[in-house]
Each structure stands twice: as C-alpha cells, then as structure tokens.
Design a protein around this ligand. Structure first.
Ligand SMILES: Nc1nc2c(c(=O)[nH]1)N[C@H]1C(S)=C(S)[C@@H](COP(=O)(O)O)O[C@H]1N2
Ligand SMILES: [Mo]
Length: 368
C-alpha cells in the first residue's frame, strides 16, 4: 500500500448517503460545543470545540523550544520561560472552525461532520507575535510567516506537519498572540499545549497549535493547508479562493428541553427568553434577527454591549411567548457593513465558511 491509497482524495457524499463510521470517528474526536454553553461569556476548555487533524502531540513545557528563522536579522530560539518573561496581553476570542455547518450541506462534503456547534470563546493570554518578530528583527523582504505545529499526519496523500501562514501585515496585528494560557490556565493538551498561535477573527485553521517554529519567507506559502485545503471552490480543479475571516453568524441556545434520543425540543406555553450569541471576524455584528416561523418574518433581538471585546461573541435575547403548536426558530446576524447571514446554504466542495442560519424545530405542548 502507498500513502496515496491509504489517504484518498476528498469527496462528496452520494445523494442519500448517511454519515459513515469514518465521519463518526472524526466527530467523536473533534467534539463540538454544547449550545447551552452559550449561556456563559467564556467557554470552559472541556466544552470548547476541538479540531485536531492528526494526533494530539504531548509536548513537555520544560523541554519545549520554538525557533524563529528565515528572513530575520536575528534568528531566535525561545523556551517557555523566555516567552513568559515578555509583556503579556489577553484577548477574548470567539474561534470557529471553517467547516462549521458542513454536515447540513447538500451534497455533503465528506469530512468532519459539523452541524453548527464548532465554536467557543476564551480569554487567551500570551505574547503579541509582533513583539517576538521585532526581537527577531523581521527582515524587509519577508512577505509571510509560516507557523509549524508539532503534529504530523497524512492528508489526501500528502504527508505533512500541520502548517499555515499569515501575511506580514496580518501577523503584525497587536491581537495576534503566541498564547500559553486559556481562561487563566495553562493550555490543555488538546488546545495546543504549551504554546499556540491565536489569530483573532480568522477561522480556526489559522491558529496553529503546538507551535514549534515560525519561518519568515519571501514568497506566499504554498503548503497543503494553505494552497490545497481551506480553499473555497465549487469545481475540484479550480484554484479557488482562500478561507480567511469568520463570516457573521448568530446561534440560539435551543429553548425548552430536549428528547434524549432525537434531541427534538419541547417548550410549554407561556413566556420564555430566546437567547444566544452572535459574532463576525469581518465587520462587527450590529443586529441580530429572530424568526419563529421558519424565516417568514423576523424580529430584532436586544444585543448586549460588546464590553470592548472586538473579537468575542455578543449575547442577544428576545422574549417569546408561544402558544401550543409547531415552530421553527432561526437567528441571523447582520454586520455594520450590511453583510447579512444567509438563510440558504452557500455551497462549496470543502463545506467552508458556510454560515446558513440555524433552524431549530420546537414543539409547544398543549396544556400544562
Ligand atoms: N497544529 C495544529 N494546529 C491546528 C489544528 C491542527 O490540526 N493542528 N487544527 C486547526 C483547526 S482546523 C481549528 S478549527 C483550530 C481548533 O482549535 P481548538 O481545537 O483549540 O478549538 O485549531 C487549528 N490549529
Ligand atoms: Mo477548523
């Protein structure tokens, strides 16, 4: 057997093809955030979604080193103590996987089968990347920084370390961090221990975990995760466009209570508060609209203040008082630039950046 045979190309599910055991295996490793966790501003590490392409590398903090190489005047090797000795910054960031929503697409791209729950929010603490780049004397010829993780695997026939790049302009943003702490604790193994990149506003693939190296390069990076995966394309042969910043999305905490097996929602007649969160890595969310009649009519929800957290989700709420019957609830976000979260899917082969509005069927019971 060759790697190419073990690691087949990406594909679309056939019409009517159910989620496979392979997709289930991915879903069990890479769990989502239970939507009720949106009650809290910050997602505890165990409830934050996870996406790990290969295996979790178990790096020892004491032995960890990372190197800044390439087009720099002063190549650096730092250990954790040296990184922690530099001035720290904390940024509250809502991170979302670019594949969120993929499992509902038709046809379904066969990959990690997210419904809508590939999201979480944390306070990340670390050193602004730009301070480390300044210490390394980033050269004028550098156009991108390539970040390498310690994890290794094979994907569509290509054996690789997980690597992604940012342009120099994007990397110099003061909120891009080399983070060593999440919600005030050391990073958990699954979230990149001991140090990961945090690129606020970007889909999660940019925030490389288990960071071991940064290389300043003079030409755009063409590695697998940059040039082959994470591209929006409808035709398998087109170059496509890169997946970059998070499209606006609002999500609702499913109201009432669920059935164990089907997770169908049940509410009793009378007042309930619909609530959830909304975010965007593009222009900030300015309005959230709610429908209880499957998108026929929309009402504007109250949006809590951002608290100065530009990259974090904002809470929204709307009172609702259903009478007995069947409902389909939806939420959609609208940005300051006027970008509206669509109700219908925007299909592409990878199932990336799909922000079609969530639909929650709810039964309001007859009587009490
Ligand atoms: N080294 C490495 N970094 C990685 C990944 C990975 O597989 N390996 N997955 C990326 C993807 S696709 C996402 S969505 C985020 C998920 O971060 P989390 O698991 O901490 O939520 O990490 C990103 N960073
Ligand atoms: Mo992701």
């Amino acid at each position: 057997m060759t790697l190419e045979q073990i690691s087949p190309p990406g594909r679309l599910a056939e019409a009517g093809e159910q989620i496979s055991a392979q997709e289930l295996a991915l879903a069990a490793r890479n769990h989502g955030m239970p939507l009720e966790a949106m009650r809290a501003d910050l997602t505890p590490p165990g409830l934050h979604y996870l996406l790990i392409h290969y295996d979790i590398p178990f790096l020892e903090a004491a032995a960890w080193r990372f190197a800044v190489t390439g087009l720099v005047g002063r190549p650096l090797t730092l250990d954790l103590a040296a990184l922690k000795a530099m001035p720290a910054r904390t940024v509250r960031v809502t991170m979302e996987c670019a594949g969120n929503g993929r499992a509902r697409l038709e046809p379904r791209p066969v990959s990690q089968p997210w419904l809508v729950e590939a999201v979480g929010t944390a306070d990340w603490t670390g050193v602004p990347l730009r301070d480390v780049l300044a210490a390394a004397d980033l050269g004028p010829d550098a156009v991108e920084l390539v970040f390498t993780g310690a994890d290794h695997g094979v994907e569509r026939g290509v054996e690789q370390d997980y690597q992604r790049s940012l342009t120099v302009a994007d990397a110099l943003d003061q909120d891009v961090l080399l983070a060593y702490s999440m919600n005030g604790s050391d990073l958990a193994p699954q979230h990149g221990h001991p140090v990961r990149l945090i690129a606020p506003g970007w889909y999660g693939m940019a925030s490389v975990k288990w960071l071991v190296g940064i290389e300043a390069v003079g030409a755009p990076f063409t590695g697998f995760q940059q040039a082959v995966a994470y591209r929006v394309r409808r035709d398998p042969h087109e170059a496509g466009t890169p997946v970059t910043r998070i499209a606006p999305r609002a999500l609702m905490i499913p109201p009432g209570f669920p059935d164990f097996m089907s997770r169908a929602r049940v509410v009793r007649p009378g007042p309930v508060v619909l609530e959830g969160r909304a975010w965007s890595g593009r222009s900030p969310v300015e309005r959230v609209e709610i429908s209880v009649d499957d998108g026929r009519t929309w009402a504007t929800a109250a949006l809590d203040p951002s608290g100065g957290h530009r990259w974090a989700w904002r809470r929204w709420s709307l009172p609702w008082s259903p009478s007995p019957g069947e409902y389909v609830l939806s939420a959609r976000a609208i940005t300051a630039d006027g970008e509206e979260q669509p109700v219908d899917q925007a299909w592409n082969r990878g199932g990336f950046a799909n922000n079609a509005a969530q639909r929650i069927p709810v039964t309001c019971l007859t009587g009490v």
